[in-house]
Design a protein around this ligand. Structure first.
Ligand code: FMN
Length: 226
């Protein structure tokens, strides 16, 4: 291992920056992020909210993670977002993956309306019954993951929740499902979140072939991963 002479990096200590700056840096460098438009069932009916602190994390069983921060009430108190509150109560949710044709609809669901507003209806989404859980799916999304929350972990000094969900069932629009369960990326047209109001599409792809290790240097049982 060789150490190159240090180029010019600015080093920023997390303990010396405020929370908005921490968010700005985190969301600015971890890009693009997939967007889960999460549907849940609450006391007033179905709810939808986008979450980009989201990813796939394991198989056997397939699992996803998402994290939700709090919002400030007009009285200055912390309150859980509807999605998180509903998951804590029902332990169920659907991840509807966001594609370009539903980006504007998703954006409507991101507005912090109070509980009296039906964001799903306002956005023009249609709901479809799920197979294993009570929370509905969004017909206009091309992929739905029905999930059961298996762990809800409080994180951060603020009331954040990290939700680990087991994917009980994948619903994939047949238009984008190809031979051997490969996904047609162009047809799927997923949107990734950058920072602020910016998003990106998968319009420029690169293929890099994995390099097999020489037989005498291969780790036992290696393979898989994210
Ligand atoms: C693309 C996008 C991604 C978002 N990701 C997150 C996230 O990962 N965590 C979070 O707490 N809020 C996130 N938000 C903000 C919430 O979507 C917003 O607070 C929304 O009103 C929550 O809806 P709910 O209260 O119905 O759950 C995101 C907003 C957008 C537009």
């Amino acid at each position: 291992m060789q150490h190159a002479n240090s180029p010019t990096f600015k080093t920023i200590l997390s303990s010396e920056i405020d929370q908005p700056m921490q968010y700005k840096l985190l969301a600015g460098v971890i890009i693009p992020r997939p967007i889960a438009l999460v549907t849940t069932l609450g006391p007033r009916g179905p709810n939808a909210g986008p979450y980009s602190f989201f990813n796939g994390i394991a198989t056997d069983p397939p699992m996803v993670v998402l994290s939700g921060g709090p919002r400030k009430t007009p009285e200055g108190e912390w309150a859980m977002k509807d999605t998180i509150r509903n998951i804590e109560a029902s332990r169920e949710f659907v991840v509807n993956l966001v594609s370009t044709p539903i980006l504007d609809k998703m954006n409507i669901c991101a507005t912090d309306f109070d509980e009296t507003v039906d964001e799903i209806d306002l956005a023009g989404f249609t709901t479809v019954a799920s197979k294993h859980i009570a929370a509905p799916r969004l017909r206009e999304a091309m992929v739905h993951l029905e999930c059961r929350a298996v762990q809800i972990i409080p994180i951060s000094n603020r009331p954040y929740r990290m939700i680990l969900g087991e994917v009980l069932c994948f619903h994939i629009d047949e238009k984008i499902l190809q031979e051997r369960n490969r996904i047609d990326v162009a047809g799927f047209d997923p949107v990734g979140r950058l920072s602020g109001d910016d998003y990106t599409r998968v319009t420029d792809r690169l293929s890099v072939r994995r390099i097999p290790p020489p037989k005498d240097k291969a780790a036992p049982g290696a393979g898989g991963g994210g």
